[in-house]
Design a protein around this ligand. Structure first.
Ligand SMILES: Nc1ncnc2c1ncn2[C@@H]1O[C@H](COP(=O)(O)OP(=O)(O)OP(=O)(O)O)[C@@H](O)[C@H]1O
Ligand SMILES: [Mg+2]
Length: 258
């Protein structure tokens, strides 16, 4: 993890509908943990930082992608994770997956975001106990927005539409009037996710009956403070989790509504 930007490709299993329509034949073959071959003419090989196979579990993917980002953010670095791909390729499944209604238990299908926060709060507890003498404390606050037709809406307060992007010498780039909620457990985060996901713009495409038509950005600012040598130390890390709208052209993908 010594490079700033990494690209991981996740292959998803063939769906039942695809199998019925086209059979099990694949046009991509995974050659190694970093390379894929497209079996067309001419056959073409592509290399990435990682290629995750069709059968990789949500848990395993979290260990490869999510866990190192949490560790970096706790150390005061910013991290950003984008899911990019065409409609139905598995972006929302990867980023969110199944969200439990009561927010307590994660399931096999829970995606990166709930897993990241489960791990984050476990690590915070561990660190605060380990550095009790320093009076180390973490504070986390989250926001959730969507970008649709180049307009920003607050997914936690959907009446806040057309929010503006501003720049400030101290804060950097930020979205004005965006709601920020303090969170201290996976349950708190899960409730925000459920609320936000329900407010997101959706429509059916030819390849996904529950297609997210907007970009969504879930942000968590992780602040830590501790005391040493009679001084208070402060550290900030920001984690952006982005589920992009399908990368296909809208006119070709949206279902005909006669
Ligand atoms: N790795 C996977 N394993 C099992 N099912 C998956 C996997 N990836 C995606 N799916 C399923 O495929 C369908 C489409 O996935 P998803 O909604 O995540 O696509 P998307 O990339 O977010 O599409 P869109 O751009 O239209 O929002 C969903 O029913 C999802 O549960
Ligand atoms: Mg989606």
């Amino acid at each position: 993890m010594d490079r700033n930007v990494q690209v991981l490709v996740r292959l998803r299993p063939i769906s039942a509908a695809e199998s019925t329509a086209y059979g099990q034949k694949r046009c991509l073959i995974q050659d190694s943990s970093k390379t894929l071959s497209w079996t067309g003419h001419p056959e073409t090989k592509f290399t990435f930082d990682h290629v995750a196979c069709e059968t990789i579990s949500q848990e395993k993917l979290f260990r490869v992608v999510g866990l190192p980002m949490v560790e970096n953010c706790m150390s005061g670095y910013n991290g950003c994770l984008f899911a990019y791909g065409q409609t139905g390729s598995g972006k929302t499944y990867t980023m969110m997956g199944e969200l439990s209604k009561d927010g307590n238990e994660l399931s096999n299908d829970s995606g990166l975001t709930p897993r990241i926060f489960e791990y984050l709060f476990a690590r915070i507890k561990e660190e605060e106990e380990r550095r009790r003498e320093d009076k180390l404390k973490y504070i986390c606050k989250c926001s959730f927005l969507e970008i649709y037709n180049e307009q920003i809406t607050d997914l936690l307060e959907p009446s806040s539409t057309n929010l503006q992007i501003r720049e400030d010498i101290k804060k950097g780039v930020y979205v004005e009037n965006l709601m920020e909620c303090y969170v201290s457990s996976v349950k708190d985060v899960m409730l925000l996710l459920l609320q936000g996901v329900a407010n997101r713009k959706m429509a059916a495409t030819n390849m996904n009956s529950e297609s997210s038509r907007s970009h969504s950005v879930f942000t968590c600012v992780i602040e830590s403070h501790w005391e040493r040598d009679s001084m208070t130390h402060l550290r900030f890390g920001r984690l952006n989790l982005v589920d992009l709208a399908g990368s296909e052209r809208k006119a070709r993908a949206l279902k005909e509504t006669a």
